[in-house]
Design a protein around this ligand. Sequence first.
Ligand code: FAD
Length: 444
Amino acid sequence: MKWIRPDSPDYDEARKLFNAMIDRRPAVIAQCADQADVAEALAYAHNHNLNIAVRAGGHSVAGMSMNDGGLVVDVRPMKAISADPENQTVTAGAGVTWGEFDRVAQEHGLAVTGGRASTTGLAGFTLGGGSGWLERSFGFACDSLQSVDLVTAKGERVTASATENPELFWALHGGGGNFGVATSFTFKMHQLGPTVQAGLLLWPGEAATEIARAYRDAAMAAPDSVGTGFVFLTAPPEPFVPEDMVGKMAVGVAYLYAGDSEEGEEHVKPFREFEPAVDLVGPMPYSDFQCMIDDPPGHYNYWSADYHNELSDDALHLFVDSANRLPGPASQQLILPWGGAVGGPAAASTPLQHRNAQWVSHPFGLAETREEGEEGEAWVKQFRQDIAPYTTGGVWLNFIGNEGQDRIMAAYGEENYRRLSRVKRDFDPDNTFRGNQNILPAGH
Ligand SMILES: Cc1cc2nc3c(=O)[nH]c(=O)nc-3n(C[C@H](O)[C@H](O)[C@H](O)COP(=O)(O)OP(=O)(O)OC[C@H]3O[C@@H](n4cnc5c(N)ncnc54)[C@H](O)[C@@H]3O)c2cc1C
């Protein structure tokens, strides 16, 4: 166990999160290497009356994994990853990132739905559900969980699986870090790769409306093995981007086929119909695709998200209009199609509501300075206001900051929220773990 305090030389590095907007100063950071360390850190916090935050990959855009004046349980030293190819399982410590996980799993041609950015922590991502390019084939990351080991608020070690603490196991399928400190995750894996048909297509922004409509239709018609996303962005100064596009609004499609490469080549055709200016789709290692669009750390971020049952031409018009006002070159607007395994049989067995929504929109403002970050926030909020008539009211909590209790309720629905509250009461009655999209213990 390593204790880091404000006078430690590595204090500033240890308290840094992905989102530069967050600048919190905990009293102590407990870097935990195993369950005994976690139990010791929790007891220390209890004895010194310190608030607790739990930190893994540090990608919570709201900075929920850091606090002011409290204790942070930092699980990053838990880096063990072991694959059991015979049983098609992989067990990973809570400090593992998706890039690290994918590299080991892919040595055995195995995969599970992982983060769209390889730097995202496996722990926070999976506990929040975990949406990624493979979700239409394999469901969310949480759908492939076989078991999770945790340390509870009282320092007890528990395992949650279909047979051990099944209510807790259910709650861990999207209920976040509300129930304890997760120390390791075992996934039932799927066969994939190592080579897949994947990549990016890019068009100039002048054609945004036509391309967005064509994308919508192609994505709706695509088989479940096709994972895509539509992005409005500023074309970067990369060698593969035509000079006259650089620095201007552009639209892109990220494509990943979860299956045979030749079939993947066939199914990308409808997305290519509008002759992209940049076409990087081809055979590539799955783990390379998984880090192809890593967002840079250290930017000032503001994010949000909504669900949609359909994307009418009128709704798409609002997306294009908003993209024409992208605040700064790093900000983006993402549209993701759900369907397939997201709304399949697993949908009824997790606390996450609205899994049958067809689309998710995810605007994110990214800036190099705090002032520009505030412009990004205003842009995201304006878009949400404009698009409101076209949304379902549901939300994917992993994609949003701290937007209050109503949004948490919107993610789970009343019935699932009540059930989560009962699990919370059983495992964390004093709401020790509240640095998260918080579920209040039943009876509060
Ligand atoms: C660049 C980027 C890309 C992203 N892409 C996706 C995406 O494609 N799909 C998606 O679903 N989400 C995505 N997210 C959101 C991300 O999944 C969530 O923010 C997630 O919570 C991050 O997990 P983390 O471990 O990195 O973060 P942290 O900030 O360390 O933790 C996030 C939350 O999880 C809790 N937590 C972390 N570890 C534990 C633990 N061991 N036990 C108990 N609670 C814990 C924390 O207390 C906190 O509330 C992305 C975020 C970023 C910044």
